[in-house]
Design a protein around this ligand. Structure first.
Ligand SMILES: [Zn+2]
Ligand SMILES: [Zn+2]
Ligand SMILES: [Zn+2]
Length: 506
């Protein structure tokens, strides 16, 4: 770290702040001070704008691989919306959070840990050089007239067999929301996937990170999220469906709470009673519930025969037998059956249904969920583990491996932007963040948005634009009469249904 950032590092105390205020911005676009020290790197220091994410600039600490300061919009819910600081853009590990949606990272009010309190000493100060960005409304790319209205032609199309297809499902890409993996704003690898497959890769590879529940974990509704806590209340991650790794909604969590409430531990004085085809539990002579057996990691009803065989029929739980019995049995409390009313069709569903039986709608949450955690005993763990799991918190970007080239990193799925609406973004992505693009890379990129093969596009690009200077700069790419306009005219014609079959010409 240079001398300048070293000085900022120590500016958390009052005199330090004054000292810091007098320092000019020697480098970078943003200064961070007051962040608690960490074992795996410091967040304090100078940052430079590295690109854009969700409509706001991304800052990367100068002279290191990270951390990043980036914005996440409300696409995953209000509780994730705001500014973040973490070692990887969108990664599971985050060091700081600010809930505001300002165009620039707010100066005060940061939280570290991210779900903690306002830290008071953390300060982010944006250089005067970049604060102008703040007033610039975001901001669609300004698209020249010849791109917005590229003129009419006939769309060239080719035999579907020849088109560039998703490397996994073989669906032609041009019509399947082609997507790539990005890691800290850079392409992970040159491969393209249809958005379905890309999302599935993320889900599959994320699911590997799912962890089973353990005794003494707690589940809670924290910051508006179905969460899993450790025994001391420290946040471990999200409560998710095992099958999809999707976080539970508040309505679903409400049902889980209601179900768990029906599982009750044995108490001294409870009595086992065999009754026709059931093994029941009485309390003070009154029916309390039925007996469940904790078998391995699951729960099942006790067969009345088993009660007799074990000599437990009419047995009363004694202080001396309580603990061993609790390790084996739990009571499923009968009584009032709970319902939830579907908000869409008003059908009354039982609390064991996680979707409306009539219309399939998800459950709604009829009341505020308790903020404190609910401890999972052995029975709770067994009850939950067939369907739910814990996913370590935050996972926009996940550790994944491209199934083709096997390159691995923490990455995000990003759809290829629309060429006629965001040509610069498209160019940066397709050229893999270089300032120029080669003929073959351009043909590759165009082949994922047009129904033409890479070979055919190579021929077209050479025939029409071979006279330009290659590799091509963005300005030449976008210029009037350039490749961007030609490709946009193709897109335009495709959308208006003017097709021409030209495969034979090749
Ligand atoms: Zn696919
Ligand atoms: Zn319904
Ligand atoms: Zn790859």
């Amino acid at each position: 770290m240079g001398n300048a950032t070293g000085a900022f590092e120590d500016s958390a105390c009052c005199s330090g702040v004054v000292h810091w205020l007098r320092l000019p911005f020697t480098q970078g676009d943003l200064l961070v001070t007051g962040f608690p020290r960490r074992s795996n790197g410091s967040a304090n220091g100078a940052y430079a704008i590295r690109g854009e994410h969700h409509g706001r600039p991304v800052f990367q600490r100068i002279g290191s691989k990270g951390p990043f300061i980036y914005f996440w919009d409300d696409r995953d819910g209000e509780s994730w919306c705001g500014w973040w600081l973490g070692p990887i853009l969108g990664g599971a590990e985050v060091w700081g959070y600010h809930p505001k949606e300002d165009m620039m990272p707010p100066e005060y009010g940061w939280r570290s840990p991210w779900h903690g309190e306002d830290s008071k000493v953390i300060r982010m100060s944006v250089s005067g050089r970049v604060s102008l960005l703040e007033v610039r409304p975001k901001k669609k790319e300004v698209v020249p007239k010849w791109i917005a209205e590229p003129g009419f032609g006939e769309a060239l199309t080719e035999d579907a067999q020849l088109l560039q297809s998703c490397c996994i499902c073989l669906e032609p890409l041009w019509n399947a929301e082609p997507s790539v993996f990005l890691t800290n704003l850079q392409r992970l690898c040159p491969h393209y996937f249809c958005s379905q497959c890309a999302k599935r890769i993320v889900v599959e590879q994320t699911s590997l990170g799912l962890q089973p529940f353990k005794e003494d974990m707690q589940i809670a509704f924290l910051d508006g999220l179905a969460s899993v806590l450790d025994a001391k209340g420290g946040r471990l991650g999200d409560l998710v469906w095992t099958e999809t790794a999707r976080r539970l909604t508040d309505g679903e969590l409400y049902l889980v709470f209601s179900q768990l409430e029906l599982l009750v531990e044995l108490e001294v004085g409870m009595e086992f009673r065999r009754c026709q085809d059931q093994a029941l539990v009485l309390q003070k002579g009154v029916l309390f519930g039925c007996l469940l057996l904790l078998q391995g990691r699951s729960l099942r009803r006790v067969h009345p025969e088993e009660l007799s065989i074990e000599g437990l029929d009419h047995a009363v739980v004694q202080p001396g037998t309580l603990i061993p019995l609790r390790r084996r049995f739990v009571v499923y409390k009968g009584g009032e059956i709970q319902f939830w009313r579907c908000q869409r069709c008003s059908f009354e569903n039982s609390s064991s249904d996680f979707g409306c039986k009539l219309c399939g709608s998800p459950p709604s949450c009829p009341q505020d969920l308790p903020q404190e955690g609910r401890r999972l005993g052995l029975a709770g763990v067994a009850a939950l583990r067939s369907r739910f799991a814990m996913r370590p918190q935050l996972h926009w970007a996940v550790q994944l491996k491209c199934p083709l080239c096997r390159i691995a990193a923490v990455a995000l799925v990003v759809p290829v932007p629309l060429l006629d609406q965001a040509p610069k973004e498209w160019f940066d992505l397709v050229s893999q963040q270089k300032s120029t693009i080669s003929q073959s890379d351009l043909a590759q990129g165009l082949s994922v948005i047009l129904p033409l093969s890479v070979d055919r596009l190579g021929v077209e690009v050479q025939r029409r634009f071979g006279h330009l200077v290659w590799p091509l700069t963005f300005d030449d790419f976008l210029g009037e009469g350039g490749p961007a306009q030609w490709a946009c005219r193709q897109l335009h014609a495709l959308r208006s249904g003017r097709h021409a079959q030209v495969a034979e010409e090749v």
